[in-house]
Write a protein that binds this ligand. Structure first.
Ligand code: NAD
Length: 501
């Protein structure tokens, strides 16, 4: 038995034990054992944390942007210094292998690097002489207290997408991380404090629906950035906006990889194996659907995929030889396996069955072997819904138009990829496909931090993306000042609307 830890809230710069008497189990997915208990906040505990953030925010907003950027620079350094410890902690709560955990931290750190440019990003616009003696200028101001509600699958990157930009803009943040792997978000908040962020400006409050509802209904919360599954995203968006808050709510995904007959199939197979099975398929930008175009392409693809899949052996997440680790929970393992059975019942061909995989010495871990389906069709529920596990589904298409229509007509529209050597076909596809992020010969087209991340359709509710300038826009409000300092002859004239002169 592993010794159990208590995971507390982090409020006003301190570890604060929960008072609700309610706790969530934090598992080690490698062993199936509960390794920690996380406090689940009540509405009142959440309200108290929000009041602390509200009190701390004005002084933080008054710190000039260059000094706020210095805190971000320092935090980035601390992330690098603590990379190994953070990655290990992340790996044993989430189950992704340590190399993936480092990637999770690295991608978040890139948003922190972006946030280091905040003095430049917050510069407003200025028009001299919009009328006689009249200048017009705009400024971006923080919103106040904002909330970040995050999923289990990127416990470092996604909190940093949100608090990196929100804090740099001068807001205070309530971070409500996933209760499944809450330790890394707390460590990040501790490191922000060490980097020089004042107490109370970044608070981590753990919890479930009760804590989320307390955020959605609290008057002092001005904006909510959410990432999670689509039904919850839609709920957060609806209730948050009904309470007149600004909300961006990213949801689930089912991304397609279109493989043209002229694609470099060896490259495609390497990319597909990494993007369909990496991190046990628990990535919103994974490629769980392969769409080979033309009969010959599908058969060649499968022939090349099979030996690669055979070599793909899951293992303990801290084992450097593991292809990928366990999924996050027993419930999630059961869900993924039920989708595999659904695919079989719906008539798809299960070529590789990952069910029943057991890791010697870790028989109670939440491991699932890789699965491969062929002849999946668009009318199958197992295709229409997100599985979020190590399962690759092949849907055969006769031509590019048919392949593009699959991605365009799917309920989710997070990412899509096309593999081809034909630039014109790729260009047309990227332009026309009804999906928010497109990869051309890039399997996981997650945009770099200074661009912006966001899907379409049921993959995102609200109209603003994460990070990049969209993030700055989301976490600030714009004020426009029209000022008149008349002199000379102009001083004697009555004010007239500048556009009339
Ligand atoms: P989830 O929806 O279960 O949880 C997300 C957050 O919502 C957590 O903080 C959780 O505590 C909270 N929550 C859960 N149930 C709630 C309820 N009934 N009411 C209010 N709040 C509730 O998602 P998850 O399982 O943690 O994460 C996986 C999902 O996130 C997948 O669907 C994945 O595609 C999606 N995801 C999307 C993106 C994206 O950018 N589009 C990125 C990563 C993950």
């Amino acid at each position: 038995m592993t010794a159990q830890r208590d995971i507390h809230h982090f409020i006003n710069g301190n570890a604060v034990p929960g008072t609700s008497g309610r706790f969530g189990d934090v598992f080690d997915p490698n062993t199936g054992e509960v390794q920690a208990k996380v406090a689940l906040a009540t509405k009142d505990e959440m309200a108290a944390a929000i009041e602390i953030a509200k009190a701390a925010q004005p002084a933080w907003a008054a710190v000039n942007p260059q000094r706020r950027a210095r805190v971000m620079f320092k935090f980035k350094q601390l992330l690098e210094d603590n990379m190994d410890e953070l990655a290990r902690l992340l790996s044993i709560e989430h189950g992704k292998v340590v190399a993936d955990a480092k990637g999770d931290i690295q991608r978040g750190m890139e948003v922190i690097e972006f946030a280091c440019g905040i003095p430049h990003l917050l510069k407003g616009e200025f028009t001299e002489g919009a009328g006689p003696g009249i200048d017009v200028y705009s400024m971006r101001q923080p919103l106040g207290v904002v909330a970040a509600i995050t999923p289990f699958n990127f416990p470092a990157m996604i909190p940093m997408w949100m608090f990196g930009v929100a804090l740099a803009c001068g807001n205070a943040v309530i971070l409500k991380p996933s209760e499944k792997d809450p330790s890394v978000p707390v460590r990040l908040a501790e490191l922000m404090l060490e980097a020089g962020l004042p107490e109370g400006v970044l608070n981590v409050v753990h919890g479930d629906k009760e804590a989320v509802d307390a955020i959605l209904d609290h008057e002092a919360i001005k904006a909510i950035s959410f990432v999670g599954s689509s039904d919850i995203a839609h709920y957060v968006y609806s209730r948050g906006t009904a309470n007149a808050k600004r909300v961006q709510a990213m949801g689930g995904a089912k991304n397609h990889g279109v493989i043209m007959p002229d694609a470099d199939l060896d490259q495609v197979v390497r990319d597909l194996v990494g993007s369909a099975y990496g991190s046990a398929g628990e990535r919103c930008m994974a490629l769980p659907v392969a769409v080979p175009v033309g009969e010959g392409t599908a058969d060649k693809l499968i022939e090349k995929l099979l030996p690669e899949i055979e070599n793909l052996v899951p293992g303990h997440s801290t084992d450097p030889d593991a292809a990928y680790g366990p999924v996050v929970s027993a419930a999630h393992k059961a869900k993924v396996e039920s989708y595999i059975q659904m695919g079989v019942d719906e008539g798809a061909d299960l070529i590789v069955d990952g069910r029943g995989f057991s890791l010697q010495g870790h028989e109670d871990g939440f491991f699932i072997g890789p699965s491969l389906f062929d002849n999946v069709t668009a009318d199958m529920r197992s295709y229409q819904e997100e599985i979020f596990g190590p399962v690759l589904q092949i849907v055969r298409a006769n031509d590019l138009e048919e392949a593009a229509a699959l991605a365009t007509n799917h309920q989710y529209g997070n990412g899509v990829a096309i593999f081809t050597r034909n630039g014109l076909a790729a260009r047309e596809f990227a332009s026309k496909v009804n999906v928010g992020m497109v990869g051309v010969n890039v399997p996981i087209p997650v945009p770099v931090a200074y661009h912006t991340f966001g899907g379409w359709k049921r993959s995102a509710f609200g109209d603003s993306n994460q990070h990049g300038f969209e993030g700055v826009r989301f976490f600030t409000k714009i004020k426009t000042v029209t000022s008149r300092w008349p002199s000379g002859e102009v001083a004697d004239q009555a004010f007239v609307i500048p556009t009339m002169q």
